[in-house]
Design a protein around this ligand. Sequence first.
Ligand SMILES: [Fe+2]
Length: 332
Amino acid sequence: MITSSAVAAPTVRRLQLTEVERDALGRLVDAFTATDRTADPLSFAERLPAYAVRLPERMREFLGQVRADEAPVSVISGLPLQALPPTPLDWTAAAAGVGRREELLLVLCGLPLGEPFGWAAQQGGRLVHDVCPSPTMEQSLTSACSASPLSLHTEDGFHPCRGDYVALLCLRNPDAVRTTFVRLGSLGLPDKLQKILQDSRFRFLPDDAHVGGACAERLRADPDGTGLGPIIFGPREHPYLRFDADFTAVSDGDDEAAAAMADLDERLSAATESIALAPGDLLFIDNYQVVHGRASFRARYDGTDRWLKRLNLIRDLRRIYATADTRSRIIR
Ligand SMILES: [Fe+2]
């Protein structure tokens, strides 16, 4: 169910897989694992493109159109999940090998939209991340929080190679915890505000999920080195944004920019939509047009908590290669 305040057009583009398509997708995963027992997504990501061309035809058409139209938010429902182990208590437990089949499924289904990549500083440099609540992290500003909402943000907005899409595969969500989002196109910003937000008067800092990372530490040590940039940018008729209220700053004394940021934050809160993902739902968020977050919830830590697998997708890996000066999917 979608809730919306002030949006008339369909917000989320949807595809429901049929039983036949679900079975075919399951067999495709089986076919890959029968010939390639690689457990590491970084390795199987290199070989999966040959299988992605065999995805069910309606899936390929759907994702091709999502990409061509720059659809802001899309969901494919009915992905084939098998019996799952208990929800882990943190990503390190998940990294030990639980949910590998689901990671393969996520990478496979994301390939028509973009290339998977990761960050050396995030979850030990893993390509596919686990999103689950962790004890002691309830109030953190990371996806492991639960008691506090995860505020609206662009994923990795501080970095020029941030993903074009964030993909979230829902494995478990028994309390129907809602993923929140706002589309820039739904805001209808006044011209004066939009113009300020288009000025290079904002500084984008690495978020707490990047603590310890080489690139994030460089930026923290020399915040001025990040330069100032705009929150809203790109084509006039179809602009993009990057924003994270917790990690966006303005120069000392630039009260007008600070007020514009606060105004935007308020408008985003007022325009927030949400979706409760169900097991087998695969959500794609366009990270150039949509900020996303999550409602608060009470974690039980009994193996039944909400559990998602997350993947960053970039349209062109060469953006990363050229920036990092090395041919790796993992940004250091
Ligand atoms: Fe996020």
